[in-house]
Design a protein around this ligand. Structure first.
Ligand code: SF4
Length: 240
């Protein structure tokens, strides 16, 4: 089942659909751009979950790992129509910074039709060196300014170039600017040249900060390790 309700932390419903790939396709830690689909599976998956989404759902996130504007016009329209038909209060979408100029008209489109869109950016790191190591796209803005466009941010931990000390600084800074922060603990996709640094992961799990983040509804930790208590609405994304 591709629809689920997240009860812990940031409460929302999610649907998981296939990615169309990613036009950046350069991040060394990412499997999304290897999963290029023509969009027809995403359309089919949206139809499959439609009847499971209750009318008037408060918050619905579309999860695919890709940017909204990487989808074809047809899939973009299907997602927006789903939100309108179901009377969704807030639709949460992901968007790379390259496409951020497309966000204001989409926000207006939603507002004119009685719903709201909130946006996730996959920053992964606020260190330029770390982002370069990971192969992330360059960003021609600062992270504070981006928080006027994006409400939610994803960052990566468990790869060799980020210390736990830096992670703590990142979380504290990003929580000043963004509504929620998701820490994705790195799981290398097949063929990745970057390994998971388990020593760093253990440092996180044994820390006082980890216990605090578990209680903080603005911080979400995603890992296949049960200690993370990851809640993804019962959808097993680690198997996908
Ligand atoms: S921008 Fe996102 S989807 Fe594209 S390659 Fe990087 S992590 Fe993957």
């Amino acid at each position: 089942m591709r629809y689920g309700k997240v009860h812990k932390g940031f409460v929302r419903s999610i649907i998981v659909i296939d990615s169309p790939g990613c036009s950046w396709a350069n991040c060394k830690f990412c499997a999304v751009h290897q999963q290029v689909a023509d969009g027809s599976t995403a359309l089919q998956q949206i139809e499959e979950v439609r009847d499971h989404i209750p009318q008037g759902e408060q918050t619905l996130q579309i999860v695919s790992g890709a940017s909204f504007n990487d989808y074809s016009d047809k899939v973009q329209a299907a997602i927006l129509l789903l939100a309108m038909d179901k009377g969704i209060g807030t639709l949460i979408l992901e968007q790379r910074s390259e496409f951020r100029y497309k966000i204001p008209p989409l926000n207006k489109f939603a507002k004119d039709r009685g719903f709201k869109i909130e946006w996730i950016i996959g920053l992964e790191s606020i260190s330029r060196e770390d982002r370069d190591f990971l192969g992330k796209e360059p960003i021609d803005s600062n992270y504070y300014n981006l928080s006027h466009v994006y409400q939610h941010v994803n960052i990566l931990y468990g790869h060799p170039t980020k210390s736990f000390k830096i992670l703590k600084k990142e979380i504290s800074k990003l929580l000043e600017w963004y509504r929620t922060v998701t820490i994705n603990i790195y799981e290398p996709p097949t063929g990745s040249t970057i390994h998971r640094d388990q020593e760093k992961v253990e440092e996180l799990y044994s820390s006082a900060e980890f216990q605090e983040w578990l209680k903080d509804e603005r911080v979400d930790i995603q890992d296949s390790d049960p200690r993370a208590q990851s809640d993804f609405g019962g959808i097993d994304t680690f198997e996908r």
